[in-house]
Design a protein. Sequence first.
Length: 355
Amino acid sequence: MSNQTDIKAYQTIAFAPQDAANIALEKAKELAQIAHKGIEFPIPEIASYPFAPLLPGQLCVVLAQSSNYKTGFMDFWKDEIAKQLDRQDRDNEAVFYVSVEDMLEEQVFFELSKETGYPVDEISTGHAADWSKVIDATVKIGGVQVYRICNSLTYSDRKDVPELYLSNINNAIEMVYARDGKKPAVIIIDYLQALPLDPEHRGYGSDARRLQVRADIYEMRRMGARYSCPVIVGVQAKQELNGASGDFMYIPGMYDGEETSSIAQRTDRMISLWMPKQKHGSKLNQTVKNGDTSYIVRDNLLFVKVAKQRGRLPAGKAWACAIGFTRNKIGCVKLEDTYVDKQWNEITEKIEGAK
């Protein structure tokens, strides 16, 4: 063997037995001290699977095809995380919610709609029945620890507005910490493939998009380590799936993320979503069957699957859920609950009214 090897250069990747044991012990102690900061899954039945709380530094993907409630699910999770921070008196932390596609005003109109029950179009056009109710909701929303990194209609014509690629997102988080002293409890990014091309990657040529998606996944893991918080990112699934178990159970699998297999390889957790009505709109309110499983296609039926968990945690199970669209609430149901219109409506109303 060569005697020219630079020993110091390889000490961070080659570990003696005792060094490995000591490093693992120190990491275990560190994790025990921050375990209470784990970000809880927002649906109790799935959390008890278990889908263990997301720990600082972990990356979780929310995978779905277009229009299958990816943004809605992450918005729901965001709301539940904000409640968790409030319960735990974590006043110096906040949810950092990054939206590449939705303007600030559109996001807040939706928040106001959830609070007041008024449709978004009534609020956005100033035609809400009771404007004082909207103002009260604005005050309430202003007290929720959610920082939004996005574009705003107010500043849309300015030339100095930064693009929302990851380098600038990092800078925006640093600015908030310097200005307000708020650390990220979690960073939620909606969504991976919508991130603009980073100037650092414009030399990639025809492969730029695929290579940047790969680079961004790695950078998101570094973000989690840098801020000592989990990162949750939405990922667009392929139009034709490889991992689905059948036409009427068309849930994306681990390797159905668009652009690169790095999405599957580098993430710690993966949640897959599927709304049957998006693929089978012609069968709305009709019974369909997949193997031994049957259900009625409902407008607000959502399947949620734990597609991947590192750390020898279980994966592969899917749950049927109902969405309460008015307040954007999601709760588990049984497939037999889909069969009776009255029962389905009652379940949806109960989920909608959950605090």
